[in-house]
Ligand binder design. Structure first.
Ligand code: DON
Length: 309
């Protein structure tokens, strides 16, 4: 059974909002620190074009790690599955999202999956284009198609703030460049990656992206195939196994909704074949996932029996 009204959702949002005091807004990217700790918003987007939403739904936020799902889809469309997975693995890690540890112990130094920073940086380096501008434009075009919102753009202040402080991501890139996994100029790659992470959306946009993935990559309104079904399947599977970082196993058991989080407090979720979910709640738990967002997904899953398992 699916939720029908904004009022039903609002009750859940207000219950989950009580947990936001227990979380912390990300501060390692200075521009993210100005977010409002108690914000929480939720949108559900169905394939019949119905969208219901509740909470601070007009608030805009950056995709951060949610962008890894979209960059992966684009890189596979550009390079094909074989080439992409020669450079990045398919296995979950039990480590934090920005860990460098496994790169040293794996031979070759190939990141374990595309949802951790090391893997995402490799994936972004494989997006086709002759300039940062062109590559970013192609990623934005995919976002515009999936959201049906061509006004979506980059929050340049957030991008600059991350670019100036992305020392750990630079070290991941240099390490992988040494081992032949990353090619090209590291500063250009960091510029593209930080801009990709700073794509600015609302929970409504996010929910529509989820709905397109739930519907196997096709826009039900226009019948246009935005992503090949196989690529939609690959990214959805990574959302289940690695989407909530080193909390992905527990989340699969407690919630069972394929999801991808970002340090801005964004969570993209979906329930095949017909529902996309967009959440924004910037207060994060100790694993870096939105504390109110995870609570909301737990409640939604229980109340509407949404676990895919
Ligand atoms: O690379 C970073 O550190 C950020 N731009 C994205 C990290 C992120 O969202 C991880 N999420 N939990």
């Amino acid at each position: 059974m699916y939720c029908e009204t904004d009022e039903e959702l609002l009750e859940l949002v207000e219950r989950a909002r009580k947990y936001t005091d227990q979380g912390k807004v990300a501060s390692y990217i200075p521009a993210l620190e100005r977010a409002d700790q108690n914000d929480l918003s939720l949108a559900l987007y169905y394939t019949d074009d119905k969208c219901i939403k509740a909470g601070d739904v007009e608030k805009k936020f950056t995709l951060q790690s949610v962008s890894k799902v979209l960059a992966l889809a684009l890189a596979i469309m550009d390079r094909g599955e074989n080439e992409v997975f020669q450079k990045v693995g398919m296995e979950p890690t039990g480590d934090p999202f920005n860990s460098i540890a496994k790169l040293e112990t794996q031979i070759p130094a190939k990141p374990l999956n595309p949802m951790i920073n090391a893997g995402a940086l490799v994936v972004t380096s494989m997006i086709s284009g002759t300039s940062i501008h062109e590559k970013l434009g192609r990623l934005l075009a995919l976002v515009h198609d999936m959201t049906n919102n061509s006004s979506i753009d980059i929050d340049l202040e957030v991008a600059k703030s991350e670019f100036e402080t992305a020392h750990l991501n630079r070290s991941l890139c240099y390490f992988m460049k040494q081992h032949g996994i990353v090619e090209g100029d590291v500063e250009e790659l960091i510029e593209l990656y930080t801009k990709q992470c700073a794509i600015q959306v609302t929970c409504y946009d996010l929910a529509r992206i989820g709905m397109i993935l739930a519907n196997k990559g096709t826009d039900p309104k226009t019948k246009r195939k935005i992503l090949p079904e196989r690529i939609a399947t690959i990214v959805k599977t990574f959302m289940v196994t690695c989407g909530m970082y080193n909390a992905s196993g527990e989340f699969a058991i407690q919630v069972g909704i394929p999801s991808k989080s970002g340090v801005s407090g964004a969570i993209l979720g979906l329930v095949p074949p017909s529902l996309g979910i967009g959440i924004y709640g910037p207060a994060l738990n100790e694993k870096g996932n939105s504390i109110g967002g995870v609570k909301l997904l737990e409640m939604l899953s229980q109340r509407y029996d949404l676990s895919i398992f």
